[in-house]
Write a protein of this length. Structure first.
Length: 196
């Protein structure tokens, strides 16, 4: 997640160095990078944003040298919950599903990644699952902030009304401040495979 002005976390020296480098925009399906030139290609939370994830994974595979490794991790929106349960996270998932339909993407792609790796030619993908869970801390506000960032698109496409978004975000803020409510921010599937 990029450092936002409202974030408590200061930019690190690494962030300062990275800002000095230009990262040109690229197409996930046709990167323009040299084929069979990389030992490692990695994507994080990209496949949930592209309409044709298998095509993007195939492009990344084509960049690898023989023996190179492709790593990919992505999440499942429907894994986002709280304990005790809260309507705001149920509604977040409904809004996300509706926005997926609008943009033709899949925010629940995590568990599908191993199959997609096999479809593009990896014979032996490896898999790990991580859950990002918080009982307290600023990280509990992740989905509230994300919903606020997505607000213009959500309103534009009529997926939710402004008043409802205000209510959902206010409830998420209350939960973030409540140190007795657990939030599962996401279940993340990590897949990696070596090009043969």
């Amino acid at each position: 997640m990029p450092v936002q002005p409202r974030s408590k976390w200061p930019a690190t020296a690494l962030h300062s160095r990275l800002r000095q480098h230009r990262v040109p925009p690229a197409n996930a399906y046709e990167t323009g990078l040299p084929r069979e030139s990389f030992d490692l290609v990695f994507s994080r939370f990209l496949m949930c944003h592209v309409p044709e994830p298998a095509r993007a994974i195939s492009e990344m595979r084509s960049l690898l040298k023989v023996g190179g490794v492709l790593g990919c991790e992505d999440y499942e929106q429907q894994s986002v919950i709280s304990e005790p349960p809260s309507r705001c996270y149920t509604r977040l998932n409904e809004i996300s599903n509706a926005m997926d339909t609008v943009f033709g993407v899949d925010s629940n792609i995590g568990l599908k990644l191993p199959r997609l790796f096999q479809e593009v030619g990896f014979s032996d993908p490896q898999v790990a699952i991580q859950k990002i869970i918080r009982l307290h801390g600023e990280e509990k506000r992740f989905w509230e902030i994300t919903l606020q960032e997505a607000r213009p698109a959500i309103l534009q496409h009529g997926v939710a009304a402004a008043e409802e978004l205000d209510e959902v975000c206010a409830e998420m803020r209350r939960i973030a401040e409540d140190k007795t409510t657990l939030v599962v921010l996401a279940r993340v599937t990590q897949v990696w495979a070596r090009k043969e």
